[in-house]
Design a protein. Structure first.
Length: 152
């Protein structure tokens, strides 16, 4: 019943579509970087530790970013941060930089992805009324997780 209300209301429908796309991208990238950690050149333990540290900090910063700058600017900046780290990992040969620099690239990517993954939960709660929030969370999460299984 409440999913029907979400689809019939144009504002809720557009919010649902945008949040589903953001949720799917965040979930896919979050699990992708963690699954691919063993293939990233450099010290596996240093890379994993760096990613875990940056994720912890990103969870704290994600809420602060949304509160201070709003959802749109926060998502754009966090996705750009993770894209920059990803491009550095992809295009800079691991032989030309130290293991610590490579861990920094991993840390930047992990930070941006973890921040967006945290922000989808915060922002979704802002765009739907409490009576429809459970349905919106459920739909976004179901759709995102249906595509996330392709990340490995």
């Amino acid at each position: 019943m409440s999913l029907r209300v979400l689809v019939k209301n144009k504002i809720y429908l557009s919010n649902l579509i945008v949040m589903t796309v953001l949720w799917t991208a965040s979930s896919f990238c979050y699990f992708l970087i963690n699954f691919q950690m063993k293939y990233i050149h450099g010290n596996t333990f240093l890379n994993t530790g760096s990613a875990a540290l940056s994720e912890s900090i990103a969870y704290l910063c994600g809420g602060l970013l949304v509160k201070k700058f709003g959802a749109k600017k926060s998502f754009i900046s966090a996705f750009l941060f993770s894209a920059t780290g990803s491009l550095l990992i992809i295009f800079i040969p691991h032989t030309s930089v130290s293991g610590t620099a490579y861990a920094g690239f991993v840390m930047a990517t992990g930070f941006g992805v973890a921040a967006t993954f945290n922000m989808v939960f915060i922002v979704t709660a802002d765009y739907f009324p409490p009576a429809l929030l459970g349905s919106a969370f459920g739909f976004c999460n179901l759709f995102a997780r249906s595509f996330t299984f392709l990340s490995p």
